[in-house]
Ligand binder design. Structure first.
Ligand code: MRU
Length: 379
């Protein structure tokens, strides 16, 4: 996508041919800073500290991070250590382990001296595939928006989204926002309700910034207003992203997604999840098995932003000393989801629906029972 007239991906190889450049999303929308990653440790820190975030971008960064790690230490021990370090950063987004596994498979039988180059190549394949898949998701989602536009008879199609599943969360184009960019390009009038997405405000900070740069009309609302605008008949459809979709169609996405889905279900508003195949976990038959990341209390107790003078500042917003919980994701059960927008088409959120589009992946529904624990990540 373009920022001030220049085309960017959210991650790219430096002209030096080995280091990796990212946009520091922890400082957007107030600063547009580019950061250079030179080691697996720096890539892991960028993921854990959410300078990069969003399931597909987490996967691509991990793949490049592993290439950086192999450049430093290409032996079996180095390979295992880099994978372990990168894998420990964020437990919910399945793209992380998917991308690491993909690179591991490519390099493990190669002589140590050939591993780094092969890993860079695979990381770039992952990045390019992500962009292609998101373009296809955009086309399939566009059909849904076009149908709604016909019903709206020239009035704007009103879409509610949550968190940031835009180009910043992917390598480019975005998942949930891909149909919006296409619709806008084709002259379909839109209005996007952007849930701010506490605690880190990915909606208010990142999605709003993206939509503003593309000239798409939008309004940021507090998360608690989502049900209200739906109840007032001001939302035609919801589209959100996913960090992990199970084989049965349950979806873990940013905390608060479940409440939006409940309200949409109650009101008969279509609720779609843009779900690239890289975010589908075929080993899980139930969303109860998805590990939910528990993040630092400080993300809830403190807020960061820009002061009137433009300086960045952080303030405490909760009562000092009060304990704080910060589950970063929740699970929306498949029964609340109208459809999964994948790169191969829109599927019902069921095993049969997903298997119809990905017959090579689907086996029998993996077992039920048990509930995955919350997983705390280091501050
Ligand atoms: O904690 P984040 O910002 O990484 O969470 C991001 C989301 O929940 C996105 O909706 C999801 O990763 C899909 S991104 C295309």
């Amino acid at each position: 996508m373009r920022v001030d007239g220049r085309a960017y991906r959210s991650i790219w190889l430096d002209p030096d041919g080995w280091s990796v450049q990212i946009i520091d999303q922890s400082r957007l929308p107030h600063r547009f800073d580019i950061v250079r990653l030179t080691s697996a440790a720096e890539a892991a820190e960028a993921i854990a500290g959410m300078q990069v975030r969003g399931a597909p971008l987490i996967g691509a960064t991990a793949a490049y991070g592993l290439a950086l790690g192999l450049r430093e230490r290409p032996d079996d021990g180095g390979l295992a250590a880099s994978i372990a370090r990168l894998r420990a950063t964020r437990p919910t987004a399945v793209n992380l382990q998917w991308a690491l596994e993909r690179v591991r498979r490519v390099v493990q039988d190669l002589p140590a001296g050939e591993r780094a180059a092969a890993a860079y190549l695979e990381a770039e394949f992952i990045a390019r595939e992500d962009v292609e898949q998101n373009r296809a998701i955009g086309e399939h989602g566009l059909t849904l928006i076009r149908e709604m536009a016909e019903r709206r008879n020239g009035a704007p199609v009103r879409v509610l989204t949550h968190c940031n599943a835009g180009w910043l969360a992917t390598v480019d184009v975005g998942t949930a926002t891909a149909p919006l960019y296409l619709a806008h390009d084709q002259g379909i009038p839109l209005h996007v309700w952007v849930g701010e997405t506490r605690p880190r405000n990915q909606g208010g900070a990142l999605t709003a910034w993206e939509l503003g740069h593309e000239g798409i009309p939008h309004t940021v609302i507090v998360d608690n207003a989502g049900g209200h605008v739906m109840q007032r008949g001001e939302v035609d459809l919801c589209i959100v992203g996913t960090d992990r979709t199970t084989a049965a169609g349950d979806v873990a996405n940013k905390i608060g997604t479940y409440l939006k889905a409940l309200a949409a279900h109650d009101l008969g508003i279509p609720f779609y999840v843009a779900s690239p195949s890289s975010s589908i976990d075929w080993t899980l038959g139930s969303g109860a098995h998805i590990p939910i990341e528990e993040r630092a209390a400080r993300e809830v107790s403190h807020l960061s932003g820009a002061t009137a003078s433009g300086d960045l500042a952080t303030v405490q917003v909760t009562a000092p000393g009060s304990p704080v919980g910060n589950p970063a994701f929740d699970v929306t059960p498949a029964r609340l989801i109208t459809g999964l927008i994948t790169e191969r088409g829109v599927a019902p959120a069921t095993l049969a629906g997903l298997a119809g589009l990905f017959p090579e992946m689907a086996g029998p529904l993996p077992g039920e029972a048990g509930k995955a624990p919350s997983v705390s990540v280091p501050e």
